[in-house]
Design a protein around this ligand. Structure first.
Ligand SMILES: CC(C)(COP(=O)(O)OP(=O)(O)OC[C@H]1O[C@@H](n2cnc3c(N)ncnc32)[C@H](O)[C@@H]1OP(=O)(O)O)[C@@H](O)C(=O)NCCC(=O)NCCS
Length: 440
């Protein structure tokens, strides 16, 4: 992790680093909006992360220590979580709190912290890393915009039901969540994880943490409300604990069984209007509207009054090995071909990513294995290769961010052997709605 001439030691975080890491991150994050004043919300969040957070152990932080002084001068953290892609478990690490003290910037510390983290994820079998953040910067570290959340319109406060104008909800009501709701919320997440979307299911312990585990001032804290019929918990809505600087109530997650949405959506709209007005009164700031950080195809959004369109925000994603990712998705690929009644007529189908290749093996036309093999020298002309797909394009296909026709339009070096391969791979890689509220 270090060389003799090095000024810095790059190492995993330790429990005793907590106070120094909180101070470091509070001083470097959000500095444009705090005029350099340490941000108490960031400090509380770091303390949370090192104090029983369900997705983080102390060594999920990677720190750079200045050897001469022993001071911590840069750090980041990876939050481990399992997402579900059309029912297949996908280990993911969300990287947060990337920061270097101003006096130590430009020494490649961020690059070194990421390299250490990526090596660890290769060893631990965490195939996907994601991060939100500085435009373009993380491309330099091997990330690409390969997922998008957001894009749902902002709804004006005046378009929501006013007090006393509640809409019919079929007996569904909204109320604040309590820790006793955690099992029901985890059951709901589990059932929705079998669908065709990309989700981040939370177990009961994680729901308890979301509802009551965080420090009151922590930046990552949200309000969880449950949708209920009598005593039966049917769904949830997760939103900001206060109005944003522009008076918006930000919604980060909403879920319920698909057949309940016609009644659930009006119940949620009524709740959001009422909650926004309560915050207006307590914060002394006008409630301007609801800003859903949700996919425009989300069922709540399809049933929400029209609003101001938003551009989707990209999430940076990286995988160390797209062929390994494909191997993990084998059950999804197999099921998609089965549903489309497609049988591959050869024994294998080889997808080459210009370096590494994945060999898909078929028995009676059905996918039975995906193995990593050496790539061809010239995949587009190699007779044994069916598809030459650049690694970033394969990542986008695998996560359902882009369809094969999109990829063929955008990547001139995505080359397929014949129409049959194109037909099969089009069916294998539909776009997938993102219903992920990452665990941070
Ligand atoms: C962004 C940050 C972590 C970089 O730390 P660092 O240790 O100096 O990074 P490295 O030395 O590995 O890389 C430096 C390179 O990143 C570039 N860089 C730094 N900040 C940048 C920014 N905000 N936008 C674009 N590029 C940036 C530098 O110009 C330098 O480029 P060069 O190699 O062409 O000279 C640091 O500037 C910081 O702490 N910023 C405030 C907190 C923040 O914004 N964190 C990211 C949240 S997503």
């Amino acid at each position: 992790m270090t060389t003799a001439s090095d000024r810095y030691l790059v190492r995993p975080g330790r429990p005793c680093d907590a106070a120094e890491l909180a101070a470091l991150q509070a001083s470097v994050q959000l500095s444009a909006s705090t005029d350099g004043t340490p941000d108490a919300g960031i400090a509380a969040w770091v303390e949370d992360l090192l104090d029983g957070h369900p997705s983080v152990r102390h060594d999920d932080f990677v720190v750079a220590e200045e050897i001469a002084t022993g001071r911590l001068v840069a750090s980041l953290v990876g939050l481990r979580q399992d997402w579900s892609l059309a029912g297949v478990r996908l280990p993911v690490a969300q990287i947060e709190l990337v920061g270097t003290l101003p006096a130590h910037r430009g020494n490649r510390l961020t690059e070194r912290l990421f390299t250490t983290l990526h090596q660890r994820y290769t060893t631990d079998g965490v195939p996907v890393q994601m991060i939100e953040g500085i435009p373009y910067f993380y491309r330099r570290l091997g990330y690409d915009y390969a997922l998008a959340n957001d894009g749902a319109p902002t709804v004006s406060a005046t378009a929501l039901p006013a007090n006393g104008q509640d809409q019919p909800t079929g007996g569904l009501t909204m109320r604040p969540a309590t820790v006793t709701d955690a099992d029901a919320l985890a059951d709901l997440d589990r059932s929705l994880a079998d669908s065709t979307t990309l989700t981040c299911p939370r177990d009961a312990a994680t729901w308890r943490y979301e509802i009551a585990g965080r420090r009151p001032t922590a930046t990552a804290r949200r309000t969880v409300a449950v949708l209920a019929r009598d005593t039966h918990v049917l769904g949830y809505l997760v939103h900001g604990v206060r109005l944003s600087a522009t008076g918006e109530l930000i919604v980060v997650a909403a879920a319920c069984p698909p057949n309940q949405w016609p009644q659930a959506a009006p119940a949620m709209h009524t709740y959001l209007g009422r909650t926004g007005r309560q915050h207006e009164a307590s914060q002394g700031r006008p409630f301007t509207g609801v800003r859903p950080i949700l996919d425009p195809r989300h069922p709540l959004i399809l049933l929400t009054p029209p609003g101001a369109p938003q551009r989707p925000r990209g999430w940076y994603v990286r995988t160390g090995d797209p062929c390994d990712l494909l191997a993990r998705l084998r059950p999804v690929l197999r099921e998609r071909w089965r549903a489309a009644n497609l049988h591959w007529p050869e024994a294998t189908l080889t997808i080459d990513t210009y370096g590494h290749a994945a060999r898909l093996t078929f028995t009676d036309g059905h996918l039975t294995a995906v193995t990593a093999v050496r790539g061809a020298v010239s995949p587009p002309t190699d007779p044994a290769t069916h598809a030459a797909i650049p690694p970033t394009a394969l990542l986008q296909l695998a996560l359902g961010h882009r369809s094969l026709p999109d990829v063929l339009n955008l990547w001139p070096d995505c080359l397929l052997r014949d129409r049959r391969t194109e037909h099969f791979l089009t069916a294998a890689f539909p776009t997938v709605p993102v219903h992920v509220w990452p665990r941070n």
